[in-house]
Structure formats: C-alpha cells, structure tokens
Design a protein around this ligand. Structure first.
Ligand SMILES: Nc1ncnc2c1ncn2[C@@H]1O[C@H](COP(=O)(O)OP(=O)(O)O)[C@@H](O)[C@H]1O
Ligand SMILES: [Mg+2]
Length: 265
C-alpha cells in the first residue's frame, strides 16, 4: 500500500496494474476499439462484457500484444504495465506474454504430456535450475490450477487426454507456471459444462489473491459471480466501467442498462 492510502486511513485501495490511455485499434479500415482508457487493478477480477463483436477480445489482446500476431491489426495509444509502456520497442513480446498470461476460449493443451505442458514455459524462460526445481514448479502450478490431485498419478500421460474442464485448468496451470502478474481469459468457460464452469470460476476467485485477472465473458451471470470490476463495451466504445455490483444494480449509462436487462445484445 502506498503512502497516500495510509494517510487516507481506512480506505482500502488496490494498486493499479494496467493503465490504458486513448487506445484505438484498427483492422485495416475497421475501427474496432475507439479511444478506450481504463485502469485495471491488481488482485482483482475485472470482467469485460458486451454484445458479440463489440471489441472485448480485441481489447483484451492489446494487454499482452497478442494483436501483434494479426497482420492487419494496428494499435494506437498507451498501455502501461506497472507504469512501463508495453509497446515500447525494447519490450520483448515473448517476455511480456510470460508476465501477462492468456487462457483461451477453447482449451488448447500442447500435444505433449501433462508434465511437459507445464514445464514448457519455465524451460524456455530458464526458471528452473535443475530437474528437482522443475518438478517443484510443475507441482506448484498444477496445484494453483486446482488440478494436481486429478493428474498427479499420470503426469506423463498426454494433456489432450483430459476432459474439457481438466484441460482448461491445465491451461490455467500452464499460464501460471511462468509466474505471471496478470492473467487474461477470453471466455474461458464457454466450451465447458456447468460443473467444469463452476470449478474454473472457483479457481478464478482463488487466483485473484495472487494476480490481476481480466476475463471476457458473454455471460452476465458469470461476470456478476466472479468479478469485482466490470467494463461494458458497445460498438468499440468502453461505455461504462465500475464496481460490478454498481454495473448490475444501478448503471449510469442507458446502453449499459439496456444490455443488462436484455434489451440489446
Ligand atoms: N482478426 C480480425 N481481423 C479483422 N477484423 C477483426 C478481427 N478480429 C476481430 N475483428 C473485428 O473487430 C471487431 C471486434 O471484434 P472482437 O474483438 O472479436 O469482439 P468480441 O470479442 O466483443 O466479440 C468486430 O467488428 C470484428 O469483426
Ligand atoms: Mg471475443
């Protein structure tokens, strides 16, 4: 906690993790994100909601430069992680993506063993000194992913042999293995059944103690269950960003209200 919050006494303030200012994204001539500014807090789950095509995934991908991989995509504006510009030319996107990990809609384990799925990132980033060290990282990551007990006896079986929900928790474990600070999740439960969804939601709530989590979801119920902050996007604009309870009970903007009451989207 910084000095300012100490002076203010009892006010609980989370530190800002990511600060985006005046972000514009274009795909060729399509203007997909229009002047979006937002401050994303540490140790908080932030949900991005809004109708299909409003730019949720596009904006999420700006936060770890995943849009760099799309040829026609152009990003303008500033995105700071702990005050550092992530688009600075000295930043290595591969290192950045270890710090700002990502989990996708469809679980995408590598066609390798459960062990190697987790060990892959720590190996390329040189995080383990020896085999015992790597074993520790693998166990710790699988525990963080809430899947250790289910896989500890078959670490050398293929990751692709797990159920969908287990694969998604494996992918979360893989993302945390490189000691990220931020976890981005793009509709991480949309391919899962209700039981697996509940397990992943519970896990997201635990991850919040260690990371800043940003989750795109088309489910307003999910946003309400897992997040503390919600950002509502519409046609490339960030319409409203506030405490989740405020967004769902007393939104300021009529477009937010229409969306949460089911009139648009
Ligand atoms: N790879 C891409 N190439 C061209 N246009 C894209 C691409 N990805 C997204 N878009 C366009 O950008 C806009 C926002 O899309 P997206 O971020 O996927 O929205 P959401 O995740 O909210 O459904 C849409 O108009 C979509 O068609
Ligand atoms: Mg999307």
């Amino acid at each position: 906690m910084n000095d300012m919050t100490k002076i203010e006494g009892a006010i609980e303030m989370n530190d800002m993790k990511i600060s985006a200012k005046g972000v514009q994204v274009y795909y060729g001539d399509t203007h997909a994100i229009k002047d979006v500014s937002v401050e994303i807090e540490d140790k908080t789950v932030t949900a991005f909601i809004g109708p299909s095509g409003c730019g949720k995934s596009t904006f999420l991908r700006c936060l770890n430069r995943m849009n760099d991989t799309i040829d026609i995509c152009r990003v303008e504006g500033d995105i700071l992680l702990d005050g550092e510009d992530i688009y600075d030319k000295r930043v290595d996107p591969v290192q950045l993506r270890a710090k700002v990990g990502m989990v996708f809609q469809k679980p995408n384990p590598f066609p390798k063993s459960i062990y190697d799925n987790i060990a892959y990132g720590p190996r390329i980033h040189g995080l383990a000194k020896n085999k015992a060290d790597l074993d520790d990282i693998v166990e710790k990551s699988l525990r963080r992913g809430a899947i250790w007990d289910e896989v500890k006896d078959r670490l050398h079986a293929p990751g692709t042999g797990l159920s969908g929900g287990q694969q998604q928790r494996l992918c979360i474990a893989r993302a945390v293995a490189t000691e990220p600070e931020v976890l981005l999740m793009d509709e991480p439960c949309s391919a899962l059944d209700p039981i697996a969804t509940a397990q992943v939601e519970e896990l997201i709530d635990e991850l919040r103690q260690s990371y800043s989590v940003v989750i795109v979801t088309h489910s307003m119920q999910q946003a309400a269950r897992v997040s503390q902050k919600t950002a509502f996007f519409h046609l490339g604009n960030l319409v409203e960003y506030d405490d989740t309870t405020k967004i769902f009970t007393n939104p300021e903007d009529p477009r937010t209200e229409s969306y949460i009451t089911g009139r648009i989207g």
